[in-house]
Design a protein around this ligand. Structure first.
Ligand code: TNX
Length: 523
Protein backbone atom coordinates (compact mmCIF):
# COMPACT_ATOMS: atom_id res chain seq x y z
CA UNK A 1 0.00 0.00 0.00
CA UNK A 2 2.72 2.38 0.98
CA UNK A 3 4.59 1.28 -2.06
CA UNK A 4 1.59 2.03 -4.30
CA UNK A 5 1.21 5.43 -2.75
CA UNK A 6 4.87 6.15 -3.38
CA UNK A 7 4.62 5.13 -7.00
CA UNK A 8 1.55 7.34 -7.44
CA UNK A 9 3.47 10.23 -5.90
CA UNK A 10 6.53 9.58 -8.03
CA UNK A 11 4.29 9.25 -11.09
CA UNK A 12 2.76 12.58 -10.22
CA UNK A 13 6.20 14.06 -9.66
CA UNK A 14 7.44 12.75 -12.99
CA UNK A 15 4.40 14.24 -14.70
CA UNK A 16 4.94 17.62 -13.11
CA UNK A 17 8.62 17.53 -14.05
CA UNK A 18 7.62 16.82 -17.65
CA UNK A 19 5.12 19.70 -17.54
CA UNK A 20 7.78 21.95 -16.06
CA UNK A 21 10.25 21.02 -18.77
CA UNK A 22 7.62 21.66 -21.42
CA UNK A 23 6.84 25.06 -19.97
CA UNK A 24 10.49 26.04 -19.76
CA UNK A 25 11.10 24.79 -23.30
CA UNK A 26 8.19 26.84 -24.56
CA UNK A 27 9.48 30.00 -22.96
CA UNK A 28 12.90 29.50 -24.56
CA UNK A 29 11.46 28.57 -27.92
CA UNK A 30 12.05 30.82 -30.86
CA UNK A 31 8.61 31.15 -32.41
CA UNK A 32 8.93 34.46 -34.25
CA UNK A 33 11.14 34.18 -37.29
CA UNK A 34 10.72 37.87 -38.05
CA UNK A 35 12.33 38.73 -34.71
CA UNK A 36 15.60 36.93 -35.51
CA UNK A 37 18.77 39.03 -35.71
CA UNK A 38 20.04 38.25 -39.17
CA UNK A 39 22.96 40.20 -40.68
CA UNK A 40 22.75 41.20 -43.52
CA UNK A 41 19.03 41.80 -43.05
CA UNK A 42 17.11 39.59 -45.51
CA UNK A 43 14.82 40.94 -48.21
CA UNK A 44 11.74 39.31 -46.72
CA UNK A 45 10.90 37.29 -43.61
CA UNK A 46 7.43 35.92 -42.88
CA UNK A 47 6.89 34.17 -39.55
CA UNK A 48 4.40 31.36 -38.95
CA UNK A 49 4.73 31.09 -35.18
CA UNK A 50 5.97 27.54 -34.60
CA UNK A 51 9.39 25.92 -34.45
CA UNK A 52 11.52 23.24 -36.12
CA UNK A 53 13.89 21.21 -33.96
CA UNK A 54 17.25 19.64 -34.77
CA UNK A 55 17.87 16.31 -33.05
CA UNK A 56 20.09 13.24 -33.29
CA UNK A 57 17.97 11.93 -36.19
CA UNK A 58 18.10 15.11 -38.30
CA UNK A 59 19.61 14.30 -41.69
CA UNK A 60 20.80 16.74 -44.30
CA UNK A 61 19.08 15.67 -47.49
CA UNK A 62 20.03 16.78 -50.98
CA UNK A 63 17.78 16.59 -54.00
CA UNK A 64 20.45 15.34 -56.38
CA UNK A 65 23.76 13.62 -55.92
CA UNK A 66 25.90 16.33 -57.55
CA UNK A 67 29.30 16.78 -55.95
CA UNK A 68 28.75 20.45 -55.32
CA UNK A 69 25.47 20.01 -53.46
CA UNK A 70 26.96 17.14 -51.46
CA UNK A 71 29.95 19.30 -50.49
CA UNK A 72 27.59 22.06 -49.38
CA UNK A 73 25.62 19.56 -47.29
CA UNK A 74 28.90 18.37 -45.74
CA UNK A 75 29.91 21.98 -45.09
CA UNK A 76 26.61 22.58 -43.29
CA UNK A 77 26.97 19.35 -41.33
CA UNK A 78 30.47 20.37 -40.25
CA UNK A 79 29.10 23.66 -38.92
CA UNK A 80 26.34 21.90 -36.94
CA UNK A 81 28.04 18.77 -35.60
CA UNK A 82 30.49 20.08 -32.96
CA UNK A 83 28.05 22.02 -30.77
CA UNK A 84 25.04 19.69 -31.15
CA UNK A 85 26.92 16.41 -31.03
CA UNK A 86 24.44 15.07 -33.64
CA UNK A 87 25.58 13.04 -36.64
CA UNK A 88 23.82 14.93 -39.47
CA UNK A 89 24.03 12.15 -42.03
CA UNK A 90 24.04 13.44 -45.60
CA UNK A 91 21.54 11.63 -47.85
CA UNK A 92 20.37 11.96 -51.44
CA UNK A 93 16.59 11.78 -51.77
CA UNK A 94 13.70 13.50 -53.52
CA UNK A 95 11.47 12.85 -50.49
CA UNK A 96 13.18 14.18 -47.36
CA UNK A 97 11.87 12.50 -44.20
CA UNK A 98 10.19 14.45 -41.43
CA UNK A 99 12.63 16.39 -39.29
CA UNK A 100 15.32 16.81 -41.93
CA UNK A 101 17.09 19.72 -43.55
CA UNK A 102 16.63 19.69 -47.33
CA UNK A 103 18.96 21.44 -49.79
CA UNK A 104 17.64 21.71 -53.32
CA UNK A 105 17.92 23.55 -56.62
CA UNK A 106 14.24 22.80 -57.31
CA UNK A 107 11.56 25.44 -56.89
CA UNK A 108 13.99 28.34 -56.92
CA UNK A 109 13.34 29.63 -60.45
CA UNK A 110 11.60 32.77 -59.30
CA UNK A 111 14.48 33.87 -57.03
CA UNK A 112 16.33 36.73 -58.68
CA UNK A 113 20.12 36.49 -58.98
CA UNK A 114 22.57 33.64 -58.64
CA UNK A 115 23.15 34.19 -54.94
CA UNK A 116 19.48 34.35 -53.99
CA UNK A 117 17.87 31.66 -51.83
CA UNK A 118 14.74 30.83 -49.90
CA UNK A 119 14.57 29.16 -46.52
CA UNK A 120 11.20 27.60 -45.74
CA UNK A 121 10.82 26.28 -42.23
CA UNK A 122 7.86 24.20 -41.11
CA UNK A 123 7.51 22.09 -38.01
CA UNK A 124 8.48 19.08 -40.15
CA UNK A 125 11.10 20.30 -42.57
CA UNK A 126 13.68 23.00 -43.18
CA UNK A 127 14.09 23.56 -46.92
CA UNK A 128 16.87 25.68 -48.41
CA UNK A 129 16.34 26.28 -52.11
CA UNK A 130 18.53 28.24 -54.52
CA UNK A 131 19.28 28.51 -58.21
CA UNK A 132 22.97 27.95 -57.75
CA UNK A 133 25.46 26.47 -55.27
CA UNK A 134 26.45 30.02 -54.26
CA UNK A 135 22.83 30.68 -53.28
CA UNK A 136 22.79 27.51 -51.14
CA UNK A 137 26.03 28.64 -49.47
CA UNK A 138 24.60 32.09 -48.66
CA UNK A 139 21.43 30.46 -47.31
CA UNK A 140 23.50 28.22 -45.03
CA UNK A 141 24.93 31.36 -43.42
CA UNK A 142 21.39 32.48 -42.64
CA UNK A 143 20.54 29.08 -41.12
CA UNK A 144 23.60 29.35 -38.84
CA UNK A 145 22.30 32.69 -37.59
CA UNK A 146 18.81 31.27 -36.92
CA UNK A 147 20.28 28.90 -34.34
CA UNK A 148 21.43 29.95 -30.85
CA UNK A 149 24.94 31.46 -30.83
CA UNK A 150 26.23 28.32 -29.04
CA UNK A 151 26.02 26.56 -32.42
CA UNK A 152 29.38 28.20 -33.22
CA UNK A 153 31.17 26.58 -30.27
CA UNK A 154 33.46 23.65 -30.89
CA UNK A 155 32.33 21.41 -28.02
CA UNK A 156 28.97 19.76 -27.35
CA UNK A 157 26.47 22.13 -25.71
CA UNK A 158 23.47 21.12 -23.62
CA UNK A 159 20.07 22.42 -24.62
CA UNK A 160 17.75 22.36 -27.55
CA UNK A 161 18.35 23.49 -31.11
CA UNK A 162 15.21 25.10 -32.40
CA UNK A 163 14.49 27.37 -35.33
CA UNK A 164 11.35 29.48 -35.65
CA UNK A 165 9.09 28.59 -38.59
CA UNK A 166 8.30 30.77 -41.57
CA UNK A 167 9.82 31.77 -44.90
CA UNK A 168 12.83 33.87 -45.83
CA UNK A 169 13.34 35.11 -49.38
CA UNK A 170 16.68 36.76 -49.87
CA UNK A 171 19.07 38.02 -52.55
CA UNK A 172 21.76 40.72 -52.77
CA UNK A 173 21.52 44.26 -54.08
CA UNK A 174 25.13 44.17 -55.30
CA UNK A 175 26.75 41.13 -56.89
CA UNK A 176 30.21 42.02 -55.52
CA UNK A 177 30.80 42.46 -51.78
CA UNK A 178 34.41 42.37 -50.85
CA UNK A 179 37.08 42.89 -48.29
CA UNK A 180 40.79 43.44 -48.92
CA UNK A 181 43.75 42.18 -46.96
CA UNK A 182 47.12 43.90 -47.39
CA UNK A 183 49.65 41.08 -47.01
CA UNK A 184 52.47 43.33 -48.26
CA UNK A 185 53.02 45.78 -45.37
CA UNK A 186 52.88 42.86 -42.98
CA UNK A 187 52.69 39.31 -44.24
CA UNK A 188 49.92 36.96 -43.13
CA UNK A 189 50.12 33.25 -43.89
CA UNK A 190 47.68 30.74 -45.38
CA UNK A 191 45.96 29.93 -42.07
CA UNK A 192 45.28 33.61 -41.33
CA UNK A 193 43.88 34.16 -44.82
CA UNK A 194 41.62 31.10 -44.45
CA UNK A 195 40.33 32.48 -41.17
CA UNK A 196 39.49 35.81 -42.85
CA UNK A 197 37.72 33.88 -45.62
CA UNK A 198 35.66 31.90 -43.09
CA UNK A 199 34.68 34.96 -41.08
CA UNK A 200 33.88 37.11 -44.11
CA UNK A 201 31.84 34.37 -45.78
CA UNK A 202 29.66 34.08 -42.65
CA UNK A 203 28.40 37.57 -43.52
CA UNK A 204 27.85 36.82 -47.23
CA UNK A 205 31.01 38.58 -48.47
CA UNK A 206 31.85 37.08 -51.86
CA UNK A 207 35.28 38.46 -52.82
CA UNK A 208 38.66 38.76 -51.15
CA UNK A 209 41.10 41.20 -52.70
CA UNK A 210 44.69 40.32 -51.77
CA UNK A 211 47.12 43.25 -51.94
CA UNK A 212 50.12 41.09 -52.85
CA UNK A 213 52.87 43.63 -53.45
CA UNK A 214 53.94 47.04 -52.23
CA UNK A 215 57.05 49.02 -51.42
CA UNK A 216 57.76 46.94 -48.32
CA UNK A 217 57.29 43.45 -49.71
CA UNK A 218 56.51 41.18 -52.65
CA UNK A 219 54.35 38.30 -51.40
CA UNK A 220 53.70 35.89 -54.25
CA UNK A 221 56.20 33.59 -55.89
CA UNK A 222 56.79 34.36 -59.58
CA UNK A 223 58.78 31.48 -61.07
CA UNK A 224 60.25 33.57 -63.91
CA UNK A 225 61.40 36.34 -61.51
CA UNK A 226 62.47 34.45 -58.37
CA UNK A 227 64.20 37.37 -56.67
CA UNK A 228 60.86 39.12 -56.18
CA UNK A 229 60.11 36.91 -53.22
CA UNK A 230 63.58 35.70 -52.27
CA UNK A 231 64.82 39.25 -51.81
CA UNK A 232 61.78 41.51 -52.28
CA UNK A 233 59.69 39.44 -49.87
CA UNK A 234 62.33 39.22 -47.15
CA UNK A 235 61.20 42.08 -44.93
CA UNK A 236 58.19 44.17 -43.85
CA UNK A 237 57.14 47.45 -42.21
CA UNK A 238 59.44 48.08 -39.25
CA UNK A 239 61.99 45.53 -40.52
CA UNK A 240 62.40 41.87 -39.59
CA UNK A 241 61.32 38.80 -41.52
CA UNK A 242 58.72 39.20 -44.24
CA UNK A 243 57.30 36.17 -45.99
CA UNK A 244 55.48 35.17 -49.15
CA UNK A 245 53.07 32.64 -50.64
CA UNK A 246 54.53 29.94 -52.83
CA UNK A 247 52.39 29.33 -55.90
CA UNK A 248 51.13 26.13 -54.24
CA UNK A 249 50.06 28.09 -51.18
CA UNK A 250 48.35 30.75 -53.28
CA UNK A 251 46.47 27.99 -55.12
CA UNK A 252 45.46 26.50 -51.79
CA UNK A 253 43.97 29.87 -50.80
CA UNK A 254 42.12 30.13 -54.12
CA UNK A 255 40.71 26.60 -53.66
CA UNK A 256 39.65 27.32 -50.10
CA UNK A 257 38.01 30.60 -51.11
CA UNK A 258 36.18 28.81 -53.94
CA UNK A 259 34.77 26.35 -51.40
CA UNK A 260 33.36 29.35 -49.50
CA UNK A 261 32.07 30.96 -52.72
CA UNK A 262 34.57 33.78 -52.39
CA UNK A 263 36.45 35.05 -55.42
CA UNK A 264 40.12 35.83 -54.90
CA UNK A 265 41.19 39.05 -56.62
CA UNK A 266 45.00 39.28 -56.74
CA UNK A 267 46.52 42.76 -56.81
CA UNK A 268 49.96 43.67 -58.06
CA UNK A 269 50.18 47.40 -57.43
CA UNK A 270 51.85 49.34 -60.31
CA UNK A 271 53.54 51.50 -61.48
CA UNK A 272 53.96 53.01 -57.97
CA UNK A 273 54.13 51.03 -54.72
CA UNK A 274 56.81 48.90 -56.38
CA UNK A 275 59.97 49.37 -54.32
CA UNK A 276 60.15 45.67 -53.41
CA UNK A 277 60.34 44.80 -57.13
CA UNK A 278 62.75 47.67 -57.87
CA UNK A 279 65.05 46.43 -55.09
CA UNK A 280 64.93 42.87 -56.46
CA UNK A 281 65.74 43.65 -60.11
CA UNK A 282 68.03 46.54 -61.12
CA UNK A 283 66.77 46.47 -64.73
CA UNK A 284 63.28 47.61 -63.69
CA UNK A 285 64.75 50.97 -62.63
CA UNK A 286 65.27 53.78 -65.17
CA UNK A 287 68.83 54.29 -63.91
CA UNK A 288 69.57 50.55 -63.94
CA UNK A 289 70.40 50.50 -60.23
CA UNK A 290 68.47 48.45 -57.69
CA UNK A 291 66.91 50.40 -54.84
CA UNK A 292 67.29 49.43 -51.17
CA UNK A 293 64.64 47.42 -49.38
CA UNK A 294 62.13 49.71 -47.64
CA UNK A 295 60.59 49.20 -44.20
CA UNK A 296 58.98 52.61 -43.58
CA UNK A 297 55.39 53.69 -44.27
CA UNK A 298 55.71 56.64 -46.63
CA UNK A 299 53.78 56.23 -49.91
CA UNK A 300 54.27 57.55 -53.43
CA UNK A 301 58.06 57.46 -53.91
CA UNK A 302 58.58 54.45 -56.19
CA UNK A 303 57.82 53.77 -59.84
CA UNK A 304 58.51 51.13 -62.42
CA UNK A 305 60.39 52.50 -65.43
CA UNK A 306 57.44 52.92 -67.79
CA UNK A 307 59.63 53.70 -70.80
CA UNK A 308 61.55 50.40 -70.81
CA UNK A 309 60.36 47.32 -72.70
CA UNK A 310 61.62 45.01 -69.96
CA UNK A 311 59.00 46.54 -67.65
CA UNK A 312 56.24 45.17 -69.87
CA UNK A 313 57.90 41.76 -70.16
CA UNK A 314 58.01 41.76 -66.37
CA UNK A 315 54.34 42.78 -66.05
CA UNK A 316 53.34 40.19 -68.64
CA UNK A 317 55.16 37.39 -66.80
CA UNK A 318 53.67 38.39 -63.46
CA UNK A 319 50.12 38.74 -64.78
CA UNK A 320 50.42 35.48 -66.72
CA UNK A 321 51.70 33.41 -63.80
CA UNK A 322 49.19 34.75 -61.29
CA UNK A 323 46.25 34.65 -63.70
CA UNK A 324 46.93 30.99 -64.42
CA UNK A 325 46.44 30.23 -60.70
CA UNK A 326 43.38 32.45 -60.25
CA UNK A 327 39.88 31.08 -60.86
CA UNK A 328 38.08 34.45 -60.69
CA UNK A 329 37.75 36.85 -63.63
CA UNK A 330 39.61 39.86 -62.15
CA UNK A 331 43.21 41.01 -61.83
CA UNK A 332 43.80 44.18 -59.79
CA UNK A 333 46.51 46.39 -61.31
CA UNK A 334 46.69 48.93 -58.46
CA UNK A 335 47.51 52.28 -60.01
CA UNK A 336 47.15 54.37 -56.83
CA UNK A 337 49.37 57.14 -55.55
CA UNK A 338 51.90 56.92 -58.39
CA UNK A 339 53.31 60.31 -57.44
CA UNK A 340 56.76 59.40 -58.75
CA UNK A 341 55.41 58.61 -62.24
CA UNK A 342 54.83 61.52 -64.64
CA UNK A 343 51.21 61.75 -65.79
CA UNK A 344 52.29 61.37 -69.43
CA UNK A 345 54.04 58.12 -68.49
CA UNK A 346 51.31 56.87 -66.16
CA UNK A 347 48.52 57.01 -68.76
CA UNK A 348 50.06 54.81 -71.49
CA UNK A 349 51.33 52.43 -68.78
CA UNK A 350 47.86 51.88 -67.34
CA UNK A 351 46.42 51.39 -70.82
CA UNK A 352 49.06 48.86 -71.83
CA UNK A 353 48.78 46.93 -68.58
CA UNK A 354 45.00 46.58 -69.05
CA UNK A 355 45.74 45.03 -72.48
CA UNK A 356 48.20 42.61 -70.88
CA UNK A 357 45.51 41.62 -68.37
CA UNK A 358 43.00 41.09 -71.18
CA UNK A 359 45.53 38.96 -73.07
CA UNK A 360 45.56 36.60 -70.08
CA UNK A 361 41.76 36.42 -70.08
CA UNK A 362 41.18 38.57 -67.03
CA UNK A 363 39.51 41.92 -66.56
CA UNK A 364 41.23 44.77 -64.74
CA UNK A 365 40.31 46.33 -61.47
CA UNK A 366 42.30 49.39 -60.45
CA UNK A 367 42.22 52.23 -57.90
CA UNK A 368 40.26 55.28 -59.12
CA UNK A 369 43.35 57.02 -60.54
CA UNK A 370 43.36 54.59 -63.48
CA UNK A 371 40.49 56.59 -65.01
CA UNK A 372 43.15 59.12 -66.10
CA UNK A 373 43.81 56.62 -68.88
CA UNK A 374 41.42 55.04 -71.34
CA UNK A 375 39.60 52.24 -69.60
CA UNK A 376 39.22 49.02 -71.54
CA UNK A 377 35.78 47.39 -71.75
CA UNK A 378 35.05 45.55 -68.51
CA UNK A 379 37.61 47.42 -66.39
CA UNK A 380 36.29 48.35 -62.93
CA UNK A 381 37.59 51.43 -61.07
CA UNK A 382 37.79 51.29 -57.29
CA UNK A 383 36.65 54.58 -55.78
CA UNK A 384 38.61 55.37 -52.64
CA UNK A 385 39.03 59.15 -52.53
CA UNK A 386 38.57 61.12 -55.72
CA UNK A 387 35.01 61.82 -56.91
CA UNK A 388 36.54 63.37 -60.00
CA UNK A 389 38.40 60.17 -60.87
CA UNK A 390 35.30 58.12 -60.17
CA UNK A 391 33.13 60.28 -62.42
CA UNK A 392 35.73 60.13 -65.16
CA UNK A 393 35.58 56.33 -64.96
CA UNK A 394 31.79 56.38 -65.17
CA UNK A 395 31.87 58.76 -68.14
CA UNK A 396 33.96 56.11 -69.91
CA UNK A 397 31.28 53.53 -69.21
CA UNK A 398 33.16 51.79 -66.39
CA UNK A 399 31.55 50.52 -63.21
CA UNK A 400 32.75 51.51 -59.76
CA UNK A 401 33.73 49.44 -56.77
CA UNK A 402 32.88 51.64 -53.80
CA UNK A 403 35.50 51.89 -51.02
CA UNK A 404 35.11 55.45 -49.71
CA UNK A 405 38.06 55.84 -47.36
CA UNK A 406 36.08 57.87 -44.80
CA UNK A 407 33.51 55.05 -44.40
CA UNK A 408 34.92 51.76 -45.62
CA UNK A 409 38.64 51.89 -44.74
CA UNK A 410 38.75 49.45 -41.88
CA UNK A 411 42.39 50.26 -41.14
CA UNK A 412 41.12 53.54 -39.63
CA UNK A 413 40.85 53.74 -35.83
CA UNK A 414 37.35 53.46 -34.34
CA UNK A 415 38.06 56.40 -32.04
CA UNK A 416 40.96 58.06 -30.23
CA UNK A 417 41.35 55.07 -27.89
CA UNK A 418 41.99 52.50 -30.65
CA UNK A 419 45.59 51.33 -30.20
CA UNK A 420 46.20 50.33 -33.83
CA UNK A 421 45.18 51.88 -37.13
CA UNK A 422 45.42 55.15 -38.98
CA UNK A 423 43.39 58.37 -38.78
CA UNK A 424 44.07 60.12 -42.10
CA UNK A 425 40.52 59.36 -43.33
CA UNK A 426 39.04 60.10 -39.88
CA UNK A 427 37.82 57.84 -37.11
CA UNK A 428 35.37 55.21 -38.33
CA UNK A 429 33.06 54.10 -35.53
CA UNK A 430 30.60 51.36 -36.32
CA UNK A 431 27.72 53.78 -37.01
CA UNK A 432 29.87 55.64 -39.54
CA UNK A 433 30.84 52.40 -41.26
CA UNK A 434 27.14 51.50 -41.48
CA UNK A 435 25.44 54.80 -42.30
CA UNK A 436 26.09 55.34 -45.98
CA UNK A 437 24.62 54.28 -49.25
CA UNK A 438 26.84 53.56 -52.25
CA UNK A 439 24.13 54.80 -54.62
CA UNK A 440 23.81 58.28 -53.06
CA UNK A 441 27.25 58.95 -51.56
CA UNK A 442 28.87 60.75 -54.48
CA UNK A 443 26.72 63.25 -56.40
CA UNK A 444 26.51 62.11 -60.00
CA UNK A 445 27.10 58.44 -59.20
CA UNK A 446 24.01 56.29 -59.18
CA UNK A 447 23.04 52.67 -58.57
CA UNK A 448 23.61 51.68 -62.20
CA UNK A 449 27.23 52.83 -62.08
CA UNK A 450 28.06 50.65 -59.11
CA UNK A 451 29.72 47.27 -59.27
CA UNK A 452 29.84 46.63 -55.54
CA UNK A 453 31.38 47.57 -52.20
CA UNK A 454 34.70 46.72 -50.57
CA UNK A 455 36.16 47.28 -47.12
CA UNK A 456 39.97 47.35 -47.46
CA UNK A 457 42.29 46.51 -44.58
CA UNK A 458 45.71 48.08 -45.02
CA UNK A 459 48.22 46.71 -42.57
CA UNK A 460 50.98 49.23 -41.87
CA UNK A 461 49.95 49.09 -38.19
CA UNK A 462 48.44 45.61 -38.09
CA UNK A 463 50.67 42.66 -37.32
CA UNK A 464 48.63 39.58 -36.39
CA UNK A 465 45.28 37.84 -36.83
CA UNK A 466 43.90 39.11 -33.51
CA UNK A 467 44.43 42.66 -34.73
CA UNK A 468 42.93 41.84 -38.13
CA UNK A 469 39.82 40.51 -36.38
CA UNK A 470 39.59 43.61 -34.20
CA UNK A 471 39.59 45.94 -37.21
CA UNK A 472 37.24 43.76 -39.27
CA UNK A 473 34.67 43.14 -36.52
CA UNK A 474 32.14 44.55 -36.39
CA UNK A 475 32.74 46.86 -39.34
CA UNK A 476 32.78 44.16 -42.03
CA UNK A 477 29.26 42.91 -41.12
CA UNK A 478 28.12 46.56 -41.46
CA UNK A 479 29.64 46.92 -44.92
CA UNK A 480 28.34 43.45 -45.85
CA UNK A 481 24.80 44.62 -45.07
CA UNK A 482 25.30 47.74 -47.21
CA UNK A 483 26.29 45.50 -50.09
CA UNK A 484 23.61 42.85 -49.63
CA UNK A 485 20.46 44.43 -48.20
CA UNK A 486 18.07 46.88 -49.89
CA UNK A 487 18.55 50.48 -48.68
CA UNK A 488 14.88 50.66 -47.58
CA UNK A 489 15.52 47.90 -45.01
CA UNK A 490 18.68 49.38 -43.61
CA UNK A 491 18.40 51.42 -40.46
CA UNK A 492 21.05 52.09 -37.81
CA UNK A 493 18.71 51.71 -34.80
CA UNK A 494 17.60 48.34 -36.02
CA UNK A 495 21.11 47.26 -37.10
CA UNK A 496 22.71 48.09 -33.76
CA UNK A 497 20.24 45.80 -31.96
CA UNK A 498 20.84 42.97 -34.41
CA UNK A 499 24.58 43.55 -34.14
CA UNK A 500 24.32 43.57 -30.35
CA UNK A 501 22.91 40.08 -30.60
CA UNK A 502 25.91 38.94 -32.63
CA UNK A 503 28.36 39.68 -29.80
CA UNK A 504 27.83 36.24 -28.30
CA UNK A 505 28.15 34.71 -31.75
CA UNK A 506 31.48 36.53 -32.30
CA UNK A 507 32.65 35.19 -28.95
CA UNK A 508 31.56 31.65 -29.82
CA UNK A 509 33.53 31.98 -33.07
CA UNK A 510 36.56 33.13 -31.08
CA UNK A 511 36.60 36.55 -32.75
CA UNK A 512 38.50 39.38 -31.09
CA UNK A 513 35.98 42.15 -31.83
CA UNK A 514 35.64 45.82 -30.95
CA UNK A 515 32.96 46.19 -28.30
CA UNK A 516 31.70 49.58 -29.42
CA UNK A 517 29.83 51.57 -26.76
CA UNK A 518 27.30 52.51 -29.44
CA UNK A 519 25.99 48.94 -29.59
CA UNK A 520 23.65 47.33 -27.01
CA UNK A 521 25.58 44.07 -26.68
CA UNK A 522 23.21 41.36 -25.47
CA UNK A 523 24.18 39.07 -22.58
C1 TNX B 1 46.38 54.78 -48.96
S1 TNX B 1 44.13 53.91 -50.45
C2 TNX B 1 46.81 53.76 -49.78
C3 TNX B 1 47.60 52.66 -49.20
C4 TNX B 1 47.81 52.84 -47.72
C5 TNX B 1 46.55 53.35 -47.09
C6 TNX B 1 46.62 53.44 -45.60
C7 TNX B 1 45.17 53.53 -51.47
C8 TNX B 1 44.66 53.13 -52.77
N1 TNX B 1 46.45 53.60 -51.09
O1 TNX B 1 48.82 52.55 -49.86
O2 TNX B 1 48.16 51.62 -47.18
O3 TNX B 1 46.29 54.63 -47.62
O4 TNX B 1 45.40 53.78 -45.04
Amino acid sequence: MIRRKLSVISGFLALSVITLIQVSCKSGTPSDLSGEHIIPVPVSVVATGDYFRLDEKTAICISDGSDELRQLAEYLAERLRPATGFAFAVKTTKVPPKGSIYLTFAGADSIPLEEGYTVTITKKLLTLAAKSPAGIFRGIQTIRQLLPSGIELSSVQQGEWKIATGTIVDYPVYGYRSTMLDVARHFFGVEDVKRVIDLASAYKINALHLHLSDDQGWRIEIKSWPNLTLYGGSTKVGGGDGGYFTQEQYSEIVRYADSRYITIVPEIDMPGHTNAALASYAELNCNGRATKLYTGTVVGFSTLCTGKEITYRFVDDVVREISALTTGPYFHIGGDESHATKKEDYIPFVERVQDIVLSHNKKSLGWDEISLGLLRPGTVAQYWSSAENAKRAVSQGAKLLMSPSSKAYIDMKYDSTTAIGYTWAGYIEIDKAYNWDPATLVPGIVRDNIFGVEAPLWTETITNIREIEFMIFPRLPAIAEIGWSPARLRNWDDFKVRLGNHGKRFEAMGINYYKSALVPWAD
